[in-house]
Every structure is written in C-alpha cells, then in structure tokens.
Write a protein that binds this ligand. Structure first.
Ligand code: DQA
Length: 146
C-alpha cells in the first residue's frame, strides 16, 4: 500500500510562516511525521512532495496514477482557487483526503471555499501537523476496506 502526500504553496515555509497559525514545526518535521504515521497506519511507502506551482502539483497528481493507492493533499492557497487540482484528482480517481493544518472553516470567508473537497472522501482541518497522521489513517482504513 503506497500513499502520496501532496503539499501546496508556502508549506515549505512551515516553522517560519505565521507560527501563531501554523506552529513552529518545520516542513522537514512534517515529512518525518508523515513517514512515521504512514508506517504505523500500514503503508509500505509514503512519499511527501511539495510545490509552490499549481501546474507542478497537477503533474504530481497525474503521475500518482498507477503508482500510488491513494493521496493525502493539502493544496494550501490553491484549495480556494483551483479547478485544475480538482480535475486532476477526479482524473486519476484515487481515494483522496484533504487536510489543512488550520481550521479553515473558521477563518476568512475565502478560505471556507474548497474546490478539491469535491474529489476527496474526507477532510481533516484544525488538527495541526497531526492532522496528516489522521488523514493517513483515514486513507489506510478506506484502502483496507476495498
Ligand atoms: C492551509 C490553509 C490555507 O487557507 C492556506 O492558504 C495555507 C495552509 C492550512 O493547512 O491550514 O497555505 O491549507
């Protein structure tokens, strides 16, 4: 069982960007957390990727087809704008979980809109970096139930 964890713009700045919202742990900490939590959830492989560019994120989702069993995705700012990411998730039709570090539904109105949500079977918000562990457990449970 293989999972791809896709991270959008500015998540490489974790630990530096708005620590009152996103905490002090770094992107490297997030990568380690995903690998550890994914292993505990039963994944043989968890690859964690990040890009600041919408088209690169679309390429990463397309390349997951046939290589990964499911996707955990934090599209960051593109959550609220990108039909392209929604369509890419629909195109590969892999089980996907949307994750956000912050409680997006309790923030500005523009953050309460998610395009990718329409292609995800679950959404995890407001659990900090641990939300990725939660999302990986949800994905593992979904894949095991197939
Ligand atoms: C975020 C929330 C988004 O609104 C924001 O643009 C991000 C991070 C989160 O993880 O809480 O970059 O996706």
């Amino acid at each position: 069982m293989k999972a791809l964890v896709v991270n959008g713009p500015n998540l490489n700045m974790l630990g530096i960007r708005e620590p009152d919202i996103y905490g002090r742990r770094t992107y490297d900490d997030l990568v380690s957390l995903c690998r550890d939590a994914g292993g505990q959830a039963g994944f043989d492989e968890v690859e964690v990727v990040q890009s600041n560019h919408e088209g690169d994120l679309i390429d990463m989702i397309q390349q997951a087809y046939g290589r990964y069993d499911g996707i955990v995705i934090n599209p960051a700012a593109y959550t609220h704008t990108s039909v392209g990411l929604l369509d890419a998730l629909k195109a590969v039709s892999l089980p996907a979980v949307e994750v956000h570090i912050s409680e997006v539904d309790a923030r500005e109105a523009f953050r309460q809109v998610s395009y990718v949500r329409g292609a995800c079977f679950a959404t995890v918000t407001g659990e900090g970096l641990e939300g990725y562990a939660h999302a990986l457990r949800l994905l593992a449970a979904r894949l095991s139930a197939r």
